[in-house]
Design a protein around this ligand. Structure first.
Ligand code: UDP
Ligand code: UDP
Length: 295
């Protein structure tokens, strides 16, 4: 919108909230449609960012069939829309297409290691089919597709009940509750800040590069290290405690971002602690607002 584009936001508000876009409501270039893309959508657009689907494990496991529908029927609808109006379409894929990876760090050429019937399959296989559909429409219908494989991301406007590690640890630390590490805590993740992701998505849409591109920050930490980093940044009295491991939890994850650097001239700019401080400030403010409401 700041670049002068007209924007139509389409959301079913399963994990999104209207408050996240309320500052745009009433702006001449902004339109909000309350709809689920599992149903056909007829609008006239030049570019489609298909970001639908819950991405947090507890959210996508809450209704696995719905997650699959969003990533299959929803993706077909977005590709059908792109085909009809001649729009470019960017599909939000995920590092989960690599499953519990045997190759480290993960380059886009790696085919992945996914359990097709495990608890994460609705999301992992849903996104894999989303990619397959994209290249089928590109080949047979000449739709111009971009595929972003998004790695763990955090930042302001995450949901308080998101359920993923960053928001859980920050909220636990802010409330002086135990910080819950699942399993040994030796599993790793690499976290990027949301503004880097947005820059990467726009750069990918504007590029002529049509193969999948990893977007993530290669700074890798174990979950134990991560618990300590957050506890140190937030302060407070929380203990770090161990909870049972979750099934099929990927043990190592770190993007190889050579493609994004080569073809998009993109790399993350925001350091881990710098980004975490902004996310912590956001959650502090959200907690303050929710406490005011209950008083
Ligand atoms: N579709 C949509 N908006 C459009 C055009 C198509 O939602 O502007 C949906 C349409 O309902 C269809 C799907 O996208 O179910 C796939 O469209 P496509 O043209 O590929 O398939 P077809 O309609 O030929 O089955
Ligand atoms: N995790 C954790 N405690 C939590 C939430 C998550 O230890 O309260 C771990 C989880 O087991 C995984 C990592 O943190 O190894 C990242 O999990 P998340 O749900 O954030 O996303 P994922 O990368 O698995 O999709």
């Amino acid at each position: 919108m700041k670049a002068g584009h007209d924007i139509t936001v389409v959301d079913n508000f399963f994990t999104g909230v209207k408050a996240n876009v309320e500052h745009w409501i009433g702006h001449a270039n902004f339109e909000l449609i309350h709809q689920d893309i599992v149903n056909p959508l007829f609008v006239e657009v030049d570019e489609i960012y298909h970001l639908a689907s819950p991405a947090s494990p507890p959210h996508y496991m809450f209704n696995p069939v719905k997650t699959i529908k969003t990533n299959t029927i929803g993706t077909i609808n977005m590709l059908g829309l792109a085909k009809r109006v001649g729009a470019k379409v960017l599909i939000a894929s995920t590092s989960e297409v690599y499953g519990d990876p045997e190759v480290h760090p993960q380059p886009e050429t790696y085919w992945g290691h996914v359990n097709p019937i495990g608890p994460r399959a609705c999301y992992d296989e849903g996104k894999r089919v989303s990619e397959t559909l994209s290249y089928a429409y590109a080949k047979h219908e000449k739709v111009s597709v971009r595929v972003a494989r998004i790695f763990n991301t955090h930042g302001p406007r995450m949901h308080m009940n998101d359920g993923r590690v960053v928001s859980n640890f920050i909220l636990q630390a802010l409330r002086n509750e135990p910080i819950t590490v699942y399993g040994s805590g030796k599993q790793t993740r690499s976290f990027q800040f949301v503004s880097d992701l947005v820059d990467g998505l726009i750069a990918l849409m504007e590029s002529n590069y049509t193969q999948p591109v990893n977007l993530g920050n290669p700074t890798e930490h174990t979950i134990n290290e991560f618990a300590k980093i957050i506890k140190d940044l937030v302060g407070g009295e929380s203990q770090i405690i161990s909870k049972s491991a979750v099934e099929d939890d990927p043990q190592r994850r770190k993007p190889d971002i050579t493609r994004a650097m080569t073809y998009l001239n993109w790399k993350p700019k925001v350091g881990l602690k710098e980004g975490l401080k902004m996310t912590i400030n956001y959650f502090k403010e959200e907690l303050r607002k929710s406490q005011n409401k209950t008083q």
